[in-house]
Design a protein around this ligand. Structure first.
Ligand code: NAP
Length: 281
């Protein structure tokens, strides 16, 4: 038997259409501002996609493009203006920032109530202490895909490969909140394969092409592949050897078309949530 493919593009499309409906019922358009410093080609593509998806959902989205030589003081002043602007519910500063800017200072400058990336230490702390408000978009998308796959999480052994602040660590909090028994593996883990084999849920976020092999996966496990790795051939692959894993897993996300489309949909979800929360208080 081969695994069921979890169609992230379809789940994301349905989430976006639910959000558009919700926005249409609001008496105001939620406001989202993306700040892009410099002209990194990948960031430019992401920002354009975010802007387009947000506007399609009825969110008033704008992108502020600043030159690569923008000073930290200028960027912080821009963020202060956006924090004070009542029409703006969500602020996203596209990362990475140019090397002369202190990224953490910028992340901490965003009003936590408008922090739709969920990276502000207050939101990170709330999530870690089991009181989430705005949750980082990619892990939020992973949870939606697990729900879509009807993967039982309560008491399940869930393995997270990778401990980054944007994916691995927030995944720990979200899976713990869902009452999973969580293991995190990373580059110093002794026996990655053995750890993986014990899990009924695997979330792979290591950024290593096809690191996780089919024979590391327990039969019937749900595998969510966050990895996006470009091979020298130009092909995009995940952190899981998909052709092998699909023979063993119960459900699996493809790359592309799995977690990727969820990230933007969850940014819109966070923007609407931030708007509803801010404008209620
Ligand atoms: P990251 O910050 O580079 O972290 C990678 C993590 O993987 C680290 O914890 C590292 O361990 C661990 N790792 C690296 N090599 C390993 C190995 N051989 N064995 C075990 N663990 C290993 O990565 P990230 O930002 O979380 O991103 C991970 C992947 O997800 C990337 O491919 C990225 O492009 C993708 N991504 C996709 C989306 C999306 O929307 N689809 C969003 C975010 C990220 P140490 O901590 O010990 O170094």
């Amino acid at each position: 038997m081969t695994a069921r493919i979890i169609d992230g593009a379809a789940v994301a499309a349905s989430l976006r259409s639910c959000l558009a409906q919700k926005v249409a019922e609001l008496s105001y358009p939620p406001g989202l501002t993306v700040v892009l410093v410099g002209d990194d080609p990948a960031s430019t593509v992401y920002v354009r996609a975010k802007d387009k998806a947000a506007n399609a959902a009825g969110i008033a989205a704008q992108t502020i493009r600043l030159p690569a030589n923008t000073t930290q003081a200028d960027l912080l002043a821009r963020i202060a203006q956006l924090n004070a602007d009542e029409a703006i519910d969500g602020i996203l500063v596209q990362l990475p920032l140019p090397a002369h800017i202190d990224t953490q200072a910028v992340v901490e400058a965003v009003d936590p109530a408008k922090d739709v990336d969920g990276f502000h230490p207050l939101n990170v702390g709330r999530l870690a202490s089991g009181h989430p408000t705005l949750v980082p978009c990619t892990p939020l998308g992973v949870m939606t895909l697990l729900a879509e796959a009807r993967t039982p999480l309560e008491g399940a052994r869930a393995l997270i490969a990778g401990r980054s602040t944007i994916v691995g660590r927030p995944m720990v909090s979200l899976l713990l909140a869902a009452n999973a028994t969580v293991t995190v593996v990373h580059s110093r883990t002794r026996d990655l394969a053995a750890e993986c084999r014990r899990a009924s849920v695997i979330v792979a976020a290591v950024g290593r092409p096809e690191l996780i092999r089919g024979d590391w996966i327990a039969p019937g496990a749900t595998v969510i592949d966050v990895g996006t790795n470009r091979l020298p051939s130009g092909k995009l692959v995940g952190d899981v050897a998909f052709a092998e894993a699909i023979q063993v897993a119960g459900a699996i996300t493809p790359v592309p078309g799995g977690v990727g489309p969820m990230t933007i949909a969850c940014l819109l979800e966070n923007t609407v949530a931030a708007a509803e929360r801010r404008r209620r208080t």
